[in-house]
Each structure stands twice: as C-alpha cells, then as structure tokens.
Design a binder for this molecule. Structure first.
Ligand code: ARG
Length: 264
C-alpha cells in the first residue's frame, strides 16, 4: 500500500504533463483570421474584365476572379464579400486588414512578395501592346520609340514599359492612369499611341469593340502568374486557400470557371 501512493502521484503528474503538451500543440497550429466572421472578404480593383467587372445588366460583380473566389469561399464554409478598391491602395488595404485577401488578376512579383504572401499561381498571363486598329507603325516593342504608352499605374504593364525605357533604351513616354479602362480610353481617343496591358484583358477589349483595336504580341514580355495575396500574419489562411485551390483544379471546377470566361 505504501508503494501505491507514489505511483499514483507519478501517474497523475504524467497525465497532467500530457494534457498541457496537447494544449500547447493546439495553440501552435495557427487559426485562420478573418476580418469579418462568416465572410471571406476580398479586395479587388473591379474594373478589369474579364477578371473582375460590374455586370451592367444585373449590377452585380462578375468575372473569372469573382467566380473563383466565390467557389473558394464556399468550400471554406464562408461567403465571399468583395471590396472594390483602387489598384493604387490595394496592398496597403490588405496590410491594414480591410480585407482578408486580394484577388485582382495580381501578378506574383518579387517586390510584392516582400509585403504579402501569394497563393500558388492560378492563372498564366503576359503583357501585350494594344493600339488602335489604324495605328500600323507599331509591330514590336522597338516601334514604341517616340510613342506615348498608356498603362495602369503600378501594374506589371507599367513596369514593363519602364523596363523598355531603362533596359532597351526605347524612347517612349509613359502615361500612367489610375485604372485600366482609362488607359484604354486614352488609346481610343488618341491621347496615347498604345497601351501595355495583360493579354486577356486586351483580347476582351478587342472582342467587345470590333475593328477598334489591334494587339501586338512580343517575346520581350515574359510569362506572369496571378496569385491570391494574403497577409503574412495569416499563414493558416494561405494554407487553406492553397488546399482549396488544388482541390478546385483537381476536380474540374477550375476548368469549368475557365471555360465560362475563356471558352472560345
Ligand atoms: N496583372 C497586372 C499586375 O499585377 C495587372 C493587374 C491589374 N488588376 C486590376 N484588377 N486592375 O500588375
């Protein structure tokens, strides 16, 4: 009997140790943080068809990114809520926790990755030159010499134009606009000779305005990959989004959304 008591004490101590260890482990596995419970809040510059735009008929947000984020949210048991945000302030808005993620046809770049985490790539894109149909001088990047080039400020189109100036010595003038629609409008009105924008955005603009634009592709522009941006203090959310993205790619849902917007 004298020996049983110390053994019981020892057992109790071990049990206690076990419990606290388990609790510690639970704490280590970070929780998903959401700015508003029940919602996946998404920052997006919603003037970028076919990725994000306002459907004129319904007044609702629509596009590839919108469908993708609705699907991701649904699979997380959440509802997607979109916050229309100017491109200029879109990363600061994420850092200030105005939304949980950015999904806005945003190219994964080294510079941006210093500020935010990116999901696995979900779309491949590339810059193109878009001109009016009657502007036939421009056949490749060199022909932008002496021309005015419109870009959306702070986009990879802007960076590509700057690189042509700095690294290729092409004497072009960059006109920066807050939105891509304004950059395209400048081309339409003749305030700019060309714009440098993402290829699928150019294809849609050309398709919707038959005879208005001409698109020039160039090997000078490298492939780019869009990613969903997440705050660096929210690794559990990043992990979950990658998990769901993978699921959506594997079960054919990604292809369905892709075909809806880029089918033809
Ligand atoms: N892919 C380009 C970039 O990341 C342009 C994205 C612009 N997106 C938008 N919704 N306006 O710089």
């Amino acid at each position: 009997m004298k020996k049983v008591v110390p053994i019981l004490v020892l057992l109790a101590a071990l049990l206690l140790l076990g419990c606290t260890q388990q609790a510690e482990q639970k704490e280590e596995k970070a929780q998903i943080k959401l700015v508003e419970p029940g919602y996946l809040t998404v920052g997006s510059d919603i003037a970028y068809p076919p990725f994000e735009f306002t459907d004129e008929k319904t007044g609702e947000y629509a596009g590839f990114d919108i469908d993708l984020m609705k699907e991701i949210a649904k699979r997380m048991g959440l509802e997607a809520k979109f916050v229309n945000t100017a491109w200029d302030g879109i990363i600061p808005g994420l850092l200030a926790h105005k939304y949980d993620v950015i999904c806005s046809a945003m190219t994964i770049t080294e510079e941006r990755a210093k500020q935010v985490d990116f999901s696995d790539p979900y779309f491949e894109a590339k810059q193109v030159i878009i001109t009016r149909a009657d502007e036939t001088d421009i056949q490749d990047v060199e022909d932008l010499n002496g021309k005015v080039v419109a870009v959306q400020q702070g986009t990879t189109g802007d960076f590509a134009a700057q690189r042509l100036k700095d690294e290729k010595g092409i004497q072009l003038e960059i006109k920066r606009f807050e939105g891509t629609p304004e950059a395209l409008m400048a081309v339409q009105k003749g305030d700019a000779d060309a714009a440098i924008i993402d290829n699928f955005v150019a294809y849609i603009a050309a398709k919707e305005n038959p005879g208005l634009y001409r698109i020039v592709e160039s090997d000078e522009f490298a492939p780019e990959y869009y990613g969903i941006a997440v705050n660096k203090d929210n690794p559990a959310l990043l992990e979950k989004i990658n998990e769901v993205l993978k699921e959506i790619k594997e079960d054919g849902t990604y292809d369905k959304i892709y075909n809806k917007w880029f089918g033809e």
